[in-house]
Design a protein around this ligand. Structure first.
Ligand SMILES: Cc1cc2nc3c(=O)[nH]c(=O)nc-3n(C[C@H](O)[C@H](O)[C@H](O)COP(=O)(O)O)c2cc1C
Length: 338
Protein backbone atom coordinates (compact mmCIF):
# COMPACT_ATOMS: atom_id res chain seq x y z
CA UNK A 1 0.00 0.00 0.00
CA UNK A 2 2.89 2.43 0.62
CA UNK A 3 3.35 3.36 -3.06
CA UNK A 4 -0.37 3.97 -3.46
CA UNK A 5 -0.37 6.10 -0.31
CA UNK A 6 2.58 8.11 -1.60
CA UNK A 7 0.76 8.81 -4.87
CA UNK A 8 -2.44 9.69 -2.97
CA UNK A 9 -0.50 12.12 -0.76
CA UNK A 10 0.75 13.90 -3.89
CA UNK A 11 -2.59 13.92 -5.68
CA UNK A 12 -4.59 14.98 -2.59
CA UNK A 13 -2.27 17.81 -1.52
CA UNK A 14 -4.26 20.50 0.30
CA UNK A 15 -7.17 18.09 0.90
CA UNK A 16 -5.76 15.04 2.70
CA UNK A 17 -2.34 14.53 4.27
CA UNK A 18 -2.64 10.72 4.18
CA UNK A 19 -1.47 10.57 7.79
CA UNK A 20 0.14 7.42 9.23
CA UNK A 21 -2.99 7.09 11.40
CA UNK A 22 -6.18 8.47 9.81
CA UNK A 23 -7.79 9.86 12.97
CA UNK A 24 -9.19 13.30 12.13
CA UNK A 25 -6.64 15.35 14.07
CA UNK A 26 -4.69 17.03 11.26
CA UNK A 27 -7.82 17.68 9.17
CA UNK A 28 -10.18 18.86 11.94
CA UNK A 29 -12.75 21.27 10.53
CA UNK A 30 -11.87 20.54 6.90
CA UNK A 31 -15.31 20.09 5.37
CA UNK A 32 -15.27 20.31 2.33
CA UNK A 33 -12.11 18.24 2.41
CA UNK A 34 -11.63 14.91 4.16
CA UNK A 35 -11.99 16.05 7.77
CA UNK A 36 -14.67 16.15 10.43
CA UNK A 37 -16.97 19.08 11.12
CA UNK A 38 -16.05 21.85 13.57
CA UNK A 39 -13.55 20.68 16.15
CA UNK A 40 -13.40 17.27 14.43
CA UNK A 41 -14.40 15.64 17.72
CA UNK A 42 -16.96 13.24 16.22
CA UNK A 43 -14.41 11.91 13.69
CA UNK A 44 -11.79 11.55 16.44
CA UNK A 45 -14.33 9.89 18.77
CA UNK A 46 -14.87 7.15 16.19
CA UNK A 47 -11.16 6.31 16.18
CA UNK A 48 -10.64 6.56 19.95
CA UNK A 49 -13.75 4.49 20.73
CA UNK A 50 -12.33 1.63 18.66
CA UNK A 51 -8.80 2.06 20.00
CA UNK A 52 -10.24 1.80 23.52
CA UNK A 53 -11.39 -1.78 22.86
CA UNK A 54 -8.77 -4.50 23.20
CA UNK A 55 -8.64 -8.22 22.43
CA UNK A 56 -8.36 -11.28 24.63
CA UNK A 57 -5.58 -13.35 23.05
CA UNK A 58 -6.50 -17.06 22.80
CA UNK A 59 -4.09 -19.60 21.37
CA UNK A 60 -5.12 -22.92 22.87
CA UNK A 61 -7.44 -23.91 20.01
CA UNK A 62 -7.35 -25.51 16.58
CA UNK A 63 -8.43 -22.60 14.36
CA UNK A 64 -5.81 -21.97 11.68
CA UNK A 65 -7.89 -20.98 8.67
CA UNK A 66 -10.81 -18.90 9.88
CA UNK A 67 -13.75 -18.21 7.58
CA UNK A 68 -13.86 -14.46 6.88
CA UNK A 69 -16.95 -14.63 4.66
CA UNK A 70 -20.43 -13.41 5.58
CA UNK A 71 -23.76 -12.95 3.85
CA UNK A 72 -25.53 -9.63 4.46
CA UNK A 73 -28.78 -8.52 2.80
CA UNK A 74 -28.51 -11.63 0.65
CA UNK A 75 -25.10 -10.45 -0.65
CA UNK A 76 -22.18 -12.84 -0.20
CA UNK A 77 -19.03 -11.03 0.92
CA UNK A 78 -15.52 -12.54 1.10
CA UNK A 79 -15.03 -10.44 4.23
CA UNK A 80 -17.54 -8.35 6.21
CA UNK A 81 -16.53 -5.05 4.62
CA UNK A 82 -18.08 -2.60 2.16
CA UNK A 83 -16.60 0.62 0.75
CA UNK A 84 -18.63 3.49 2.25
CA UNK A 85 -20.41 5.96 -0.04
CA UNK A 86 -18.12 8.93 -0.67
CA UNK A 87 -18.56 11.53 -3.38
CA UNK A 88 -17.25 14.91 -4.45
CA UNK A 89 -13.72 14.14 -5.66
CA UNK A 90 -13.25 17.68 -6.98
CA UNK A 91 -14.10 19.56 -3.77
CA UNK A 92 -13.14 16.92 -1.16
CA UNK A 93 -10.06 15.21 -2.61
CA UNK A 94 -8.39 17.76 -4.86
CA UNK A 95 -9.89 16.81 -8.21
CA UNK A 96 -6.76 15.18 -9.71
CA UNK A 97 -8.90 12.14 -10.56
CA UNK A 98 -12.33 12.49 -12.16
CA UNK A 99 -15.48 11.46 -10.29
CA UNK A 100 -15.96 8.68 -12.87
CA UNK A 101 -12.41 7.30 -12.51
CA UNK A 102 -12.70 7.37 -8.74
CA UNK A 103 -16.07 5.70 -8.34
CA UNK A 104 -15.49 3.10 -10.99
CA UNK A 105 -12.25 2.14 -9.15
CA UNK A 106 -14.27 1.72 -5.95
CA UNK A 107 -17.09 -0.31 -7.53
CA UNK A 108 -14.84 -2.46 -9.75
CA UNK A 109 -12.08 -2.92 -7.17
CA UNK A 110 -14.59 -4.05 -4.56
CA UNK A 111 -16.40 -6.40 -6.94
CA UNK A 112 -13.16 -8.02 -8.06
CA UNK A 113 -12.15 -8.47 -4.41
CA UNK A 114 -15.38 -10.22 -3.39
CA UNK A 115 -16.91 -7.31 -1.49
CA UNK A 116 -19.29 -4.50 -2.51
CA UNK A 117 -18.87 -0.75 -2.93
CA UNK A 118 -21.34 2.06 -2.26
CA UNK A 119 -21.73 5.39 -4.08
CA UNK A 120 -22.52 8.87 -2.76
CA UNK A 121 -24.73 11.81 -3.66
CA UNK A 122 -24.60 15.58 -3.47
CA UNK A 123 -25.67 18.82 -5.12
CA UNK A 124 -23.72 18.52 -8.40
CA UNK A 125 -25.42 15.90 -10.57
CA UNK A 126 -22.11 14.37 -11.68
CA UNK A 127 -21.73 12.69 -8.25
CA UNK A 128 -24.81 10.49 -8.39
CA UNK A 129 -24.63 10.14 -12.17
CA UNK A 130 -21.07 8.77 -11.98
CA UNK A 131 -22.14 6.42 -9.19
CA UNK A 132 -25.21 5.09 -10.99
CA UNK A 133 -23.17 4.60 -14.19
CA UNK A 134 -20.44 2.65 -12.36
CA UNK A 135 -23.03 0.42 -10.69
CA UNK A 136 -24.85 -0.20 -13.98
CA UNK A 137 -21.51 -1.07 -15.63
CA UNK A 138 -20.89 -3.60 -12.83
CA UNK A 139 -24.23 -5.29 -13.55
CA UNK A 140 -25.93 -3.66 -10.56
CA UNK A 141 -23.25 -4.78 -8.10
CA UNK A 142 -23.12 -1.68 -5.92
CA UNK A 143 -25.25 0.25 -3.43
CA UNK A 144 -26.16 3.87 -4.20
CA UNK A 145 -26.88 6.16 -1.25
CA UNK A 146 -29.25 9.07 -1.82
CA UNK A 147 -29.55 12.14 0.40
CA UNK A 148 -32.84 12.78 2.20
CA UNK A 149 -34.05 15.29 -0.40
CA UNK A 150 -37.53 16.69 -0.34
CA UNK A 151 -40.19 15.88 -2.92
CA UNK A 152 -39.44 15.39 -6.61
CA UNK A 153 -35.63 15.22 -6.36
CA UNK A 154 -35.87 12.29 -3.94
CA UNK A 155 -38.28 10.19 -5.98
CA UNK A 156 -36.52 11.01 -9.23
CA UNK A 157 -33.16 9.80 -7.82
CA UNK A 158 -34.77 6.73 -6.24
CA UNK A 159 -36.18 5.74 -9.63
CA UNK A 160 -32.79 6.24 -11.30
CA UNK A 161 -31.05 4.22 -8.57
CA UNK A 162 -33.49 1.39 -9.17
CA UNK A 163 -33.01 1.65 -12.93
CA UNK A 164 -29.25 1.06 -12.62
CA UNK A 165 -30.09 -2.38 -11.23
CA UNK A 166 -28.56 -1.81 -7.79
CA UNK A 167 -28.85 -4.78 -5.41
CA UNK A 168 -29.91 -2.40 -2.61
CA UNK A 169 -30.45 1.32 -2.11
CA UNK A 170 -29.55 3.44 0.90
CA UNK A 171 -30.30 6.85 2.32
CA UNK A 172 -27.85 8.83 4.46
CA UNK A 173 -30.59 10.33 6.59
CA UNK A 174 -27.94 12.09 8.68
CA UNK A 175 -27.33 14.50 5.80
CA UNK A 176 -30.64 16.12 6.83
CA UNK A 177 -28.79 18.73 8.84
CA UNK A 178 -26.96 20.22 5.86
CA UNK A 179 -28.73 23.57 5.93
CA UNK A 180 -26.39 24.85 3.24
CA UNK A 181 -28.29 22.63 0.80
CA UNK A 182 -31.59 24.33 1.69
CA UNK A 183 -29.94 27.71 1.11
CA UNK A 184 -28.88 26.48 -2.32
CA UNK A 185 -32.52 25.67 -3.08
CA UNK A 186 -31.93 21.92 -2.68
CA UNK A 187 -33.57 21.14 0.68
CA UNK A 188 -32.92 17.97 2.64
CA UNK A 189 -34.86 17.12 5.78
CA UNK A 190 -35.34 14.57 8.55
CA UNK A 191 -38.02 12.01 7.70
CA UNK A 192 -40.91 11.08 10.00
CA UNK A 193 -41.95 7.42 10.19
CA UNK A 194 -44.75 7.58 7.60
CA UNK A 195 -42.63 9.36 5.01
CA UNK A 196 -39.80 6.88 5.53
CA UNK A 197 -42.24 4.00 5.14
CA UNK A 198 -43.42 5.40 1.81
CA UNK A 199 -39.85 5.98 0.57
CA UNK A 200 -38.90 2.38 1.39
CA UNK A 201 -42.03 1.01 -0.26
CA UNK A 202 -41.33 3.03 -3.41
CA UNK A 203 -37.67 1.98 -3.55
CA UNK A 204 -38.77 -1.58 -4.31
CA UNK A 205 -35.40 -3.15 -3.38
CA UNK A 206 -33.58 -3.85 -0.10
CA UNK A 207 -33.26 -0.54 1.76
CA UNK A 208 -30.56 0.74 4.14
CA UNK A 209 -30.90 3.73 6.47
CA UNK A 210 -27.48 5.25 7.22
CA UNK A 211 -26.81 7.67 10.04
CA UNK A 212 -28.44 5.90 13.00
CA UNK A 213 -26.83 6.74 16.35
CA UNK A 214 -29.60 5.90 18.86
CA UNK A 215 -31.74 2.89 19.70
CA UNK A 216 -34.84 5.05 19.16
CA UNK A 217 -33.94 5.79 15.52
CA UNK A 218 -32.87 2.18 14.97
CA UNK A 219 -36.28 0.94 16.15
CA UNK A 220 -38.04 3.47 13.91
CA UNK A 221 -35.93 2.30 10.95
CA UNK A 222 -37.11 -1.26 11.61
CA UNK A 223 -40.72 -0.11 11.92
CA UNK A 224 -40.43 1.80 8.63
CA UNK A 225 -39.39 -1.43 6.89
CA UNK A 226 -35.64 -0.91 6.49
CA UNK A 227 -33.64 -4.07 5.81
CA UNK A 228 -30.49 -2.62 7.35
CA UNK A 229 -29.14 0.33 9.28
CA UNK A 230 -25.68 1.82 9.24
CA UNK A 231 -24.69 2.97 12.71
CA UNK A 232 -22.84 6.07 11.56
CA UNK A 233 -22.17 9.73 12.30
CA UNK A 234 -21.13 10.31 8.66
CA UNK A 235 -17.48 10.16 9.62
CA UNK A 236 -18.06 13.12 11.96
CA UNK A 237 -19.03 15.43 9.10
CA UNK A 238 -22.60 16.42 10.03
CA UNK A 239 -22.62 17.13 13.80
CA UNK A 240 -19.73 18.04 16.08
CA UNK A 241 -19.63 16.24 19.46
CA UNK A 242 -21.29 12.88 18.94
CA UNK A 243 -20.04 9.70 20.59
CA UNK A 244 -17.96 7.29 18.53
CA UNK A 245 -19.97 4.67 16.67
CA UNK A 246 -18.25 1.81 18.55
CA UNK A 247 -19.64 3.36 21.74
CA UNK A 248 -23.31 3.32 20.67
CA UNK A 249 -23.24 0.12 18.58
CA UNK A 250 -23.56 -2.46 21.42
CA UNK A 251 -26.71 -0.81 22.85
CA UNK A 252 -28.38 -0.91 19.43
CA UNK A 253 -27.21 -4.44 18.56
CA UNK A 254 -28.30 -5.87 21.91
CA UNK A 255 -31.92 -4.99 21.09
CA UNK A 256 -32.06 -5.41 17.32
CA UNK A 257 -29.53 -8.06 16.27
CA UNK A 258 -31.17 -10.56 13.93
CA UNK A 259 -34.19 -8.34 13.21
CA UNK A 260 -32.44 -6.28 10.54
CA UNK A 261 -28.85 -6.16 9.30
CA UNK A 262 -26.64 -3.99 11.48
CA UNK A 263 -23.83 -2.23 9.65
CA UNK A 264 -21.48 0.32 11.17
CA UNK A 265 -18.82 2.78 10.02
CA UNK A 266 -16.48 5.40 11.41
CA UNK A 267 -12.78 5.04 12.14
CA UNK A 268 -12.46 1.43 10.94
CA UNK A 269 -8.96 1.18 9.51
CA UNK A 270 -7.65 -2.39 9.88
CA UNK A 271 -8.80 -5.99 9.92
CA UNK A 272 -8.52 -5.85 13.72
CA UNK A 273 -10.94 -2.90 13.78
CA UNK A 274 -13.35 -4.90 11.60
CA UNK A 275 -13.23 -7.79 14.08
CA UNK A 276 -13.84 -5.42 17.02
CA UNK A 277 -16.97 -4.02 15.35
CA UNK A 278 -18.29 -7.56 14.74
CA UNK A 279 -17.68 -8.41 18.41
CA UNK A 280 -19.60 -5.27 19.37
CA UNK A 281 -22.62 -6.49 17.39
CA UNK A 282 -22.21 -5.49 13.74
CA UNK A 283 -22.93 -7.87 10.86
CA UNK A 284 -20.50 -5.99 8.61
CA UNK A 285 -18.68 -2.66 8.44
CA UNK A 286 -18.28 0.17 5.98
CA UNK A 287 -14.91 1.88 5.60
CA UNK A 288 -14.66 5.39 4.19
CA UNK A 289 -11.49 7.49 3.97
CA UNK A 290 -8.95 4.63 3.58
CA UNK A 291 -10.84 3.43 0.49
CA UNK A 292 -10.75 6.97 -0.92
CA UNK A 293 -6.98 7.11 -0.39
CA UNK A 294 -6.54 3.67 -1.99
CA UNK A 295 -8.69 4.64 -5.00
CA UNK A 296 -7.04 8.02 -5.56
CA UNK A 297 -3.56 6.53 -5.09
CA UNK A 298 -3.95 3.32 -7.07
CA UNK A 299 -7.41 3.23 -8.72
CA UNK A 300 -8.79 -0.34 -9.03
CA UNK A 301 -5.46 -1.90 -8.06
CA UNK A 302 -5.22 0.32 -4.98
CA UNK A 303 -8.69 -0.75 -3.86
CA UNK A 304 -7.93 -4.44 -4.42
CA UNK A 305 -4.67 -4.10 -2.54
CA UNK A 306 -6.39 -2.48 0.45
CA UNK A 307 -9.05 -5.22 0.58
CA UNK A 308 -6.33 -7.87 0.47
CA UNK A 309 -4.52 -6.17 3.37
CA UNK A 310 -7.75 -6.02 5.38
CA UNK A 311 -8.45 -9.70 4.72
CA UNK A 312 -4.99 -10.78 5.87
CA UNK A 313 -5.23 -8.64 9.02
CA UNK A 314 -8.74 -9.90 9.77
CA UNK A 315 -7.75 -13.56 9.38
CA UNK A 316 -4.74 -13.03 11.62
CA UNK A 317 -6.82 -11.30 14.32
CA UNK A 318 -9.36 -14.16 14.10
CA UNK A 319 -6.66 -16.79 14.66
CA UNK A 320 -5.21 -14.80 17.56
CA UNK A 321 -8.62 -14.55 19.27
CA UNK A 322 -9.83 -18.06 18.46
CA UNK A 323 -12.64 -16.83 16.17
CA UNK A 324 -13.66 -19.48 13.63
CA UNK A 325 -16.19 -17.52 11.57
CA UNK A 326 -16.81 -13.83 10.84
CA UNK A 327 -20.51 -14.66 10.68
CA UNK A 328 -20.56 -15.39 14.40
CA UNK A 329 -18.17 -13.39 16.54
CA UNK A 330 -18.67 -13.58 20.29
CA UNK A 331 -18.40 -10.43 22.44
CA UNK A 332 -16.07 -12.41 24.70
CA UNK A 333 -13.12 -11.97 22.31
CA UNK A 334 -12.90 -8.42 23.68
CA UNK A 335 -11.31 -7.73 27.04
CA UNK A 336 -13.62 -6.62 29.82
CA UNK A 337 -12.09 -5.61 33.13
CA UNK A 338 -13.72 -7.55 36.00
C1 LIG B 1 -15.26 13.28 1.64
C2 LIG B 1 -16.42 12.50 2.15
C3 LIG B 1 -17.59 12.47 1.40
C4 LIG B 1 -18.68 11.70 1.86
N1 LIG B 1 -19.82 11.63 1.08
C5 LIG B 1 -20.84 10.85 1.52
C6 LIG B 1 -22.01 10.69 0.69
O1 LIG B 1 -22.13 11.24 -0.40
N2 LIG B 1 -23.00 9.88 1.17
C7 LIG B 1 -22.90 9.24 2.38
O2 LIG B 1 -23.82 8.51 2.77
N3 LIG B 1 -21.81 9.38 3.16
C8 LIG B 1 -20.79 10.15 2.75
N4 LIG B 1 -19.66 10.25 3.54
C9 LIG B 1 -19.59 9.48 4.81
C10 LIG B 1 -19.04 8.07 4.58
O3 LIG B 1 -19.94 7.29 3.85
C11 LIG B 1 -18.77 7.31 5.90
O4 LIG B 1 -19.92 7.37 6.71
C12 LIG B 1 -17.58 7.84 6.67
O5 LIG B 1 -16.56 8.28 5.83
C13 LIG B 1 -17.05 6.71 7.59
O6 LIG B 1 -15.99 7.12 8.36
P1 LIG B 1 -14.44 6.81 7.98
O7 LIG B 1 -14.13 7.66 6.80
O8 LIG B 1 -13.72 7.25 9.22
O9 LIG B 1 -14.30 5.34 7.70
C14 LIG B 1 -18.59 11.01 3.10
C15 LIG B 1 -17.39 11.05 3.84
C16 LIG B 1 -16.31 11.77 3.37
C17 LIG B 1 -15.03 11.76 4.16
Amino acid sequence: MSDFKKTARELMTGFCRVCPVCNGRACAGEVPGMGGLGTGSAFMANVTALAGRTFNMRLMHGITEPDTSVSVLGIDLALPVMAAPIGGVSFNMGGKRSEEEYISAIITGCKQSGIIGCTGDGVPPFIHEAGFAAIAAAGGYGIPFIKPWEDAELYDKLAKARDCGAVAIGMDIDAAGLITLRKMGRPVSPKPLNTMREIIARAGVKFIIKGVMTLEDAELALEAGADAIVVSNHGGRVLDHTPGTATVLPGIARHLKGRLAILVDGGVRSGGDVLKMLALGADAVLIGRPFSIAAIGGLTEGVENYVQTLRTELAQAMVMTGTASAASVPASILYHAD
